[in-house]
Design a protein around this ligand. Structure first.
Ligand SMILES: O=C(N[C@@H](O)C(=O)O)c1ccccc1
Length: 327
């Protein structure tokens, strides 16, 4: 085991949330401009083996959109629901990020779309990218897009596309296609395409965008301006799949990640705190109350880390005990 940095030791806040949030599969987490946690979940809908056909076309349109509130705003201290919205809009929620103006950017893998929504609870659709229910891989079509990241300096929007494509696309703040790129490699001979680019994190202090390249069990980072490959973080400890990442500029920069199980690798499901510069794993963590089943997104906010689990339909909160321990 690598020497863990004495600065980081995350432990679950077992009494969080104070009361049940009655969640469906949790697919995405984001922090809003008031540092509240926004949970993107599937209500009574779930992604099973029959949800999509071989062409990635959604098979359950007849169910209509999810009627429950797919967007919950909860306060990060207690986990109380402050606002519920997102009814009758989504078929298969996936990723969410919130920009500097508190707009929500979400992806829906059944709609194959990215939507920009007003963050005031009215869910006004301000912009849509992709054609509803129509998978594709050109400039106007995605195939099960997984996440969005926004560059706070330029407003540019990055989309990880997706389960059935292997690319990152870049759009201007008003939705104009700018560019796209595939996986990078630190060694040309080993140029391996993305295998489900599943989660994105923007690094504002480095002007980079990082990708959880899920089935390749690696994180790759690129220069936001050019898409140029910067670095890869791949660890035995990940055990084959990296599901999601989040970033904090604290120190040299910290990447938070959660792993997953593939058919070929099984590893303990857990979260990781990684030093961006050295690539060292500073800490690993998992809940005490119950096991992770499918940790699906991770969000970090000064000293706290939240993990949304699509397998157990729950959200876990962790805090850095090193910060809180009286010395
Ligand atoms: O990965 C899958 N799902 C999760 O990521 C998710 O639920 O977003 C999945 C893939 C194939 C069939 C069924 C589920």
């Amino acid at each position: 085991e690598p020497l863990f940095n004495q600065d980081y030791h995350l432990e679950q806040v077992s009494a969080w949330p104070h009361s049940s949030l009655r969640l469906g599969q949790v697919s995405g987490l984001a922090l809003d401009s008031d540092s509240n946690l926004v949970i993107f979940h599937r209500g009574d809908r779930y992604w099973g083996p029959g949800s999509f056909n071989g062409q990635a076309e959604y098979q359950e349109r007849s169910l209509g959109p999810i009627q429950q509130s797919a967007l919950l705003v909860v306060d990060e201290a207690k986990g109380n629901i402050l606002r519920a919205s997102g009814r009758n809009m989504f078929y298969m929620p996936h990723g969410i990020t919130i920009d500097q103006k508190n707009n929500y950017w979400v992806t829906d893998v059944a709609l194959h779309q990215v939507m920009k929504l007003s963050g005031d609870g009215t869910d006004r659709v301000l912009l849509t990218l992709g054609e509803a229910f129509t998978p594709g891989s050109d400039k106007q079509h995605f195939c099960q897009p997984t996440d969005v990241a926004v560059d706070p300096h330029t407003g540019n929007v990055f989309v990880s596309d997706g389960y059935c494509n292997a690319r990152i696309l870049k759009f201007s703040a008003d939705g104009k296609y700018l560019s796209e790129w595939g996986a990078g490699s630190s060694d040309r001979r080993r140029r391996v395409p993305f295998q489900i680019p599943h989660s994105l994190a923007f690094l504002p202090d480095k002007q980079e965008v990082c990708v959880a390249d899920r089935e390749n069990g690696r994180i790759q980072c690129f220069i936001a301006e050019t898409g140029e490959f910067v670095k890869e973080i791949k660890k035995e400890e990940f055990g084959g799949e990296v599901f999601a990442i989040s970033y904090s500029p604290a120190g040299d920069g910290l990447i938070f990640a959660v792993n997953g199980n593939s058919l070929y690798h099984t590893a303990p499901l857990r979260g990781f705190v990684i030093n961006y510069s050295t690539k060292d794993i500073l800490d690993t963590f998992s809940p005490e109350t119950k096991e992770f089943k499918m940790p699906h997104d991770i969000e970090s906010s000064d000293g706290s880390v939240f993990v949304g689990d699509a397998g157990s339909s729950s959200v876990f909160k962790f805090t850095n005990e090193k910060l809180h321990r009286s010395v």
